[in-house]
Design a protein around this ligand. Sequence first.
Ligand code: 13P
Ligand code: SF4
Length: 311
Amino acid sequence: MEKEELIEGIARLRKEKDALILAHYYQTGDIQDIADYVGDSLALARKAAQTDARIIVMCGVHFMGETAKILCYDRKVLVPDMNAGCSLADSCPTDSFKTFVEAHPGYKVLSYVNTTAAVKALTDVVVTSGNAIQIVESFPKEEKIIFGPDKNLGNYINAVTGRSMLLWDGACHVHAQFSIEGIVNLKKQYPQALVLVHPECKAPVIALADIVGSTAKLIKEAEKSEAKEFIVATEWGILHELTKRCPNKTFIPAPPDDNQTCGCSECNFMKLNTIEKVYNCLLNETPEIQVDKEIAEKAIVPIRRMLEISK
Ligand code: 13P
Ligand code: SF4
């Protein structure tokens, strides 16, 4: 099928089947363009919590689909490619995390949304990069906190809030690989450029940032800024929304360490979804996200707490 036919088909099926299409900023531009709503992890969870659509198509990765399913347990949640996982979520296996939590009684457990439903079920409050600082600061200074799984985000929150949360040793393979030298060289080439950095990056990359934040925050700040050039240290899919909202500004992707090809950083999981797979998943109502009921009942508690604290 030609792309135009797929897009027409998606529009028709979405109506016929009462489906809501949500997309993350790391999806390809064509998927972002057909979505009902595009956002960061926090906004996608909020949209899922609010909708009464019969079907939610989550154009993102598996944990995003699981979060939507937990929030709308009676609905069908589809992810165009079920293999769209997340290296950060994978860096936190449930059994080892459970052992870690049990070894630290008296600690509150905060988990980044990039985790499996089973890890969320072991958590007191879920956070995203959009609300992590606010949620950590909602706890008294002396509260003992475990933060998992992203040690880079955890280190960043510790630095900003002056806390010393105990960190799980996980990371995202995309954000952990930005080249410090590459960014410094781009700064020499574009001395006026502001550096936008996602907090999943390592501390030396964050140290080069003018703005640190979730994908939604980076877009908002670029839009507000007087600057005309920006070096962007996050997944390249975000450039679609950045250039759409700021057509007169220049966005330069920061290179990864193994800068051999396009010079962009790509999340191979996010890019498993294609417009054709979106069409097929709406047509066949599969692949569908399944979450064990008992786990979903536990995991919804820290997700709701997150939405409540950061509303
Ligand atoms: P955001 O919540 O900032 O969109 O980030 C999600 C993510 O997976 C970053 O790698
Ligand atoms: Fe996970 Fe990293 Fe991909 Fe985000 S960019 S979905 S953290 S693997």
